[in-house]
Design a protein around this ligand. Structure first.
Ligand code: SAM
Length: 218
């Protein structure tokens, strides 16, 4: 198995299950034109986020790590008219691109982009959020998860992206700060009785990675 096979399979499924979408395509183009890094979730992952938010009947969503708002658009579209999404972004330029992309997608009313380091903006929020998507600097994953849990209710879902680190998560290498951040997160989850979780490895157009899905209990 190699990247060519993963690309072909992803294109096959996406061709059948994920129709072209002018607002999402425009968000990708605008983010590229603005020079943002190409590190948004793939379309099939965005659709997974959308389906999960729909399945839990989310009325309030929290996102940590906005970039150009690509995953934000997928998530916000699962909300009802009076739903709300708060997305946290440290980089003012990324936040400005996201706000423009959300306006193009007709979602500005439902989405608030908060600029600042997430560890500074999280304490300003009041929950509960029905779903949280964590996708920012991996070093602070455990702290973001702690906050997400505090801002959750029983039945809330917390999803964390990029947990595989090209397989390095399985190695305890102190020099790899991102992998260490992911390891600390899973050690925290493992010891937290209010949370039930699983981690999946994924392959596709964006390479080899994975995500963790956690359900908050009482
Ligand atoms: N969720 C986005 C998507 O799929 O479209 C991708 C997010 S990108 C992987 C990570 C984002 O987190 C970047 O825009 C980065 O600027 C932001 N970020 C990094 N450190 C942060 C921090 N401490 N607080 C808030 N945002 C941060």
């Amino acid at each position: 198995m190699n990247q060519d096979v993963w690309n072909a399979v992803e294109q096959y499924f996406d061709g059948l299950l994920i129709p072209a979408d002018p607002a999402l395509d425009a968000a990708v183009r605008a983010s590229e034109d603005a020079g943002l890094p190409s590190i948004a979730v793939a379309a099939n992952q965005g659709k997974l986020l959308h389906l999960m938010a729909t399945m839990v009947g989310a009325r309030s969503i929290l996102e940590v790590g906005t970039l150009g708002g690509y995953s934000t658009i997928w998530l916000a579209r699962a909300l009802p008219e009076d739903g709300r999404l708060v997305t946290l972004e440290a980089d003012a330029k990324h936040a400005a691109v996201a706000e423009a992309n959300l306006a193009t997608a007709g979602l500005s009313e439902r989405v608030e982009v908060r600029v600042g380091r997430a560890l500074d903006t999280l304490p300003q929020l009041s929950g509960p959020f029905d779903l949280t998507f964590i996708d920012a600097d991996k070093e602070n994953n455990a702290e973001y998860f702690r906050w997400a849990l505090q801002l959750s209710r029983p039945g809330s879902v917390i999803i964390v992206d990029n947990v595989v680190r090209a397989g390095r998560v399985a190695r305890d290498d102190p020099s790899d700060s991102a992998a260490q951040g992911v390891r600390r997160l899973h050690e925290f989850i493992s010891a937290e009785p209010r949370v039930d979780a699983t981690a999946l490895q994924t392959v596709g157009g964006k390479g080899y990675d994975g995500l963790t899905i956690a359900l908050v209990g009482s």
